[in-house]
Design a protein around this ligand. Structure first.
Ligand SMILES: C[S@@+](CC[C@H](N)C(=O)[O-])C[C@H]1O[C@@H](n2cnc3c(N)ncnc32)[C@H](O)[C@@H]1O
Length: 433
């Protein structure tokens, strides 16, 4: 592992033309240099180099933070040895836990959707994270298994996240001025994320009479299923649904063809569990895809638009970093460049993203029930992003608050954003009025 890591770093330095020497230490069993005594060792490997002026270039290529100390720069690699990327982990007394007002993360498929996908389309609940780790080439049969297993999960995640956002009165009032909404989904697949959002729009946006959807994906079978579901959704709503399906296979985010959407702005941009597949298929060449996505798509948001970027919390085999760590780091880097955009959720990212240098593993659990499974659990990481001016109208900053970013009921641990310090404990995922 250390040998491979050395080779990998040599190749990176060579290709970036940064001629510096470096050393890799296994933090678990090697003697480390004296200056590392002041560091918190968070991972299996510590990589140190002499100082270089090319830190930014190297940092953006590696997709992880590089730190400076004395005459050295260093970063961590390999598996995490400190539990997760959040500095503070605590066991909360049950009494405190009960008092925290948390995001609602459990829902069920609406009856019409449950009936339609299982009884009419013949979806099947058949979890298999290996097969469904990559879906671009899925057959019709695979897509029906995806529909019965992962579609409901995406539905629930989207439904719960937007249900909370729409309860913010400033958001609801601003959006209710709209008669028409534009929605873009990149990597929509069978469209669980879109149907979750449409169900929320139906619940809250009574003034909206027209919804235009642009749905991009490379898998024709999945798009066909999605079109079928939209046809059925039209019976559930009085709104006009205009659907533009765009079949596009893109080798990387930079290659997504914007020709058909470039004259529009969007009130919602969704991308659920697609970037993990782009990273996987790139075998190293697409590792910066969260950064690329934010740079390419957030400028397409309308003045009150929100982009929900969501992914699974696993990692690609070729990459040492888990998706949430890549997502959080790269979104922060992109937003430093795109100054007029900001994170809305998780809330601590809204407050601290400009100064955050953490390798932050965030994870939220959702549960969905349907005909073939009760309380099926999914684990995801996500960021909601919008224009600074608009986001500022939705968030009020509170003092003395410590934000929860991950709860593990099984191990009875709670992890907090290390930047948030205070006595009041709040859920980092729950937007409040
Ligand atoms: C895990 S599925 C997610 C689908 C949907 N967003 C959801 O949450 O249920 C990922 C989708 O990304 C699409 N995808 C992956 N790589 C792609 C590529 N290179 N070009 C176009 N689509 C791609 C797949 O076809 C698949 O439908």
């Amino acid at each position: 592992m250390k040998v491979e890591l050395r080779k990998h770093i040599s190749e990176i330095l060579l290709s970036l033309q940064i001629p510096i020497s470096f050393e890799v230490y296994n933090c678990n069993n090697e003697v480390l240099p004296k200056w590392t005594e002041q560091l918190q060792l968070t991972h299996e490997f510590l990589v140190c180099c002499e100082k270089t002026a090319e830190i930014k270039k190297l940092q953006s290529f590696l997709g992880k933070p590089i730190f400076e100390i004395e005459n050295h720069i260093y970063w961590f690699d390999g598996n995490r040895t400190v539990a997760i990327g959040l500095a503070e982990i605590e066991i909360l007394p049950e009494r405190t836990e009960k008092k925290i007002d948390c995001l609602k993360t459990r829902t069920a498929l609406p009856a019409w959707l449950d009936d339609f996908i299982f009884d009419h389309l013949n979806a099947e609940y058949a979890p298999d994270f290996k097969t469904f780790g990559y879906n671009l080439d899925s057959t019709k049969e695979d897509n029906l298994k995806y529909l019965g297993t992962y579609f409901p999960r995406s539905y629930a995640e989207s439904f719960c996240i937007f249900d909370n956002i729409f309860q913010n009165m400033n958001y609801q009032n601003t959006l209710s001025e709209n008669k028409s909404l534009n929605i873009l989904s990149v990597g929509c697949g069978t469209g669980g994320d879109l149907i979750g959002l449409l169900t929320i729009v139906e619940k809250y946006c009574h003034n909206v009479s027209e919804i235009k959807i642009w749905a991009i994906d490379g898998n024709e079978e999945a798009l066909e299923i999605f079109e079928n579901i939209i046809r059925q959704f039209r019976f559930q709503t009085s709104k006009i649904i205009e659907l533009h399906v765009i079949k596009n296979i893109f080798p990387s985010i930079l290659d997504v063809d914007l020709q058909q959407i470039k004259e529009y702005t969007f009130d919602f941009i969704l991308s659920f569990k697609m970037i993990c597949e782009i990273i996987l298929s790139g075998a190293g060449s697409n590792d910066n895809s969260y950064f690329d996505f934010v740079m390419k798509f957030t400028p397409l948001l309308s003045s009150k638009g929100l982009c929900l970027l969501l992914d699974v919390t696993t990692k690609a085999e070729h990459n040492n970093s888990f998706n949430p760590i890549l997502m959080n780091w790269q979104v922060n880097q992109a937003l430093l460049k795109l100054e007029i955009f900001q994170t809305l959720l998780p809330l601590p990212c809204n407050f601290y993203e400009q100064v955050c240098m953490e390798q932050c593993f965030t994870q939220q659990k959702f549960q969905v029930s349907h005909k073939q499974k009760t309380n099926d659990i999914s684990k995801v990481c996500y960021r909601v992003i919008g224009r600074v001016e608009f986001i500022n109208r939705l968030v009020s900053r509170r003092k003395n608050v410590k934000y929860i970013l991950q709860t593990d009921k099984q191990n009875m641990t709670t992890a907090f954003c290390p930047h948030s310090i205070g006595e009041i404990i709040m859920d980092g995922y729950k937007l409040i009025n």
